[in-house]
Design a protein around this ligand. Structure first.
Ligand code: CP
Length: 319
């Protein structure tokens, strides 16, 4: 890889942003950027090392973007992908997550990509298998490759991350995306405004990382520190609410929904991000989602680049 020849991220697995140093993060972003070049030599070089290896997607929760982009990324590297169909697997006969992972590894999988509703599921597997494990989202804990592709998108637009103000709006408490992004972006020198109702953004969440502030008023949060350069909207994680914590979607939209008017409270050059899936007209207006300020589809395009970079850098360690 052009900027990372013989380089690798330090850990066996990619489980959380906490394990990545700023140098690791920079290496992943630079490697992904190199893969974006037309007829990328670094991509061809990575494919010569990874071609023919097997990746197994083990998704115990629904996914469109993450699972598909791992499959596309692996394809660009000449790898084989198997998508475990959890709904018809022996999990439904009582086989545990760990035993399922060991079975898949015994068949020759060298990379396991795991999404699971339980926080810590990928960590549990990683401690008990020899192959590489990538966390594709565990409960409300971490979604590291989403944060990495968000950072790549921000860097492409602004040319930097240091010194930017990033507002994350919505159901922060239940969001693995918010957790991973807050840790990653502050590590690279951004400051963060977490915005939402108290039930979704408790004041204690300012301790998530240095340079994080909590706001319960959308306008105050977007205007703070000279105005947010990036506004990241999050979906209400209804599947993780034991009891309803907001009266209705209409009430949420009125108070915290981002639209063509409220984006005016952020920095004049502000862009809008959303990890998806978007509930159009709830957390984000349809008009703003489809506007020039929206980089939501750029985020999606960056998914295979980041995931290919992670596969290449984790695979690099094997002799
Ligand atoms: N952002 C994200 O994780 O999307 P999917 O649930 O579609 O994978």
């Amino acid at each position: 890889m052009s900027s990372s020849r013989n380089a690798a991220i330090a850990a066996k697995d990619l489980l959380s942003i906490e394990e990545l140093s700023p140098a690791d993060i920079g290496l992943i972003l630079d490697t992904a950027a190199g893969f974006a070049e037309t007829q990328s030599r670094s991509l061809a070089e990575a494919a010569s090392k990874l071609g023919g290896r097997t990746l197994v997607n083990m998704f115990f929760e629904n996914s469109t973007r993450t699972r598909t982009s791992f499959e596309i990324a692996a394809g660009r590297l000449g790898m084989r992908t198997v998508n475990l169909d959890v709904s018809t697997s022996s999990v439904h006969k009582g086989e545990t997550l760990l035993d399922t992972a060991k079975v898949v590894e015994a068949m020759g999988a060298e990379f396991l990509v795991i999404r699971h509703a339980a926080s810590g599921a990928a960590h549990l597997v990683a401690r008990n298998v020899s192959c590489r494990v990538i966390n594709a989202g565990d409960g409300q804990h971490q979604h590291p490759t989403q944060a990495l592709l968000d950072a790549l998108t921000i860097r492409q637009v602004f040319g930097r991350i240091e010194g930017l103000r990033v507002a994350i709006v919505g159901d922060i408490l239940h969001s693995r995306v918010a957790r991973s992004n807050t840790q990653l972006l502050t590590r690279l020198g951004a400051t963060i405004a977490l915005i939402g109702p108290r039930a979704m953004v408790p004041d204690a969440m300012s301790a998530l990382a240095p340079n994080v502030e909590v706001f319960h008023d959308l306008r105050s949060g977007l205007e703070s520190a000279g105005g947010a350069h990036v506004v990241m909207c999050l979906r209400l994680q209804l599947e993780r609410h034991r009891t309803p914590i907001f009266p209705s979607a209409a009430e949420y939209r009125r108070t915290y929904g981002l639209d063509e008017k409220s984006i005016g409270w952020a920095h004049a050059d502000a862009i809008v991000l959303h990890p998806g899936p978007v509930n159009r007209g709830v957390e984000l207006s349809s008009g703003l989602l489809d506007s020039r300020r929206s980089f939501v589809l750029r985020q999606v395009s960056n998914g295979p680049l980041i995931r290919a970079a992670v596969l290449a850098l984790l695979g690099e360690k094997r002799g």
